[in-house]
Design a protein around this ligand. Structure first.
Ligand SMILES: [Zn+2]
Length: 95
């Protein structure tokens, strides 16, 4: 009966089991933008999960900010029309 010439080292033995814990990561695609993503997670590209918007993206915030800015400007324009005379310096009024 063949017998191993010498004992396997711990390193040699343990290398056999080194890849035992590895699993292939499953990947799905976003229903909204077809971006690849992990299952049961919200899409980081468009912020959708199961067809609903759940995350606010940087782009969304920027759009919202622009809208707010425009509203604010419209409000200011209404309060003080552009063709109204600009009040002079406070120092000039005193003299
Ligand atoms: Zn997406």
């Amino acid at each position: 009966m063949p017998v191993p010439k010498r004992k396997n080292s711990r390193q040699r033995r343990d290398k056999r089991f080194a890849n035992k814990g590895l699993t292939v990561q499953s990947i799905t695609e976003c229903l909204n933008c077809k971006e690849a993503l992990m299952p049961h997670s919200a899409c980081k590209a468009c912020g959708f999960y199961k067809g609903k918007k759940v995350l606010v993206s940087k782009e969304d915030r920027s759009i919202k900010r622009d809208e707010n800015k425009k509203q604010q400007e419209a409000k200011m324009a209404k309060a003080a029309p552009a063709d109204a005379p600009v009040p002079a310096d406070v120092d000039a009024e005193k003299k």
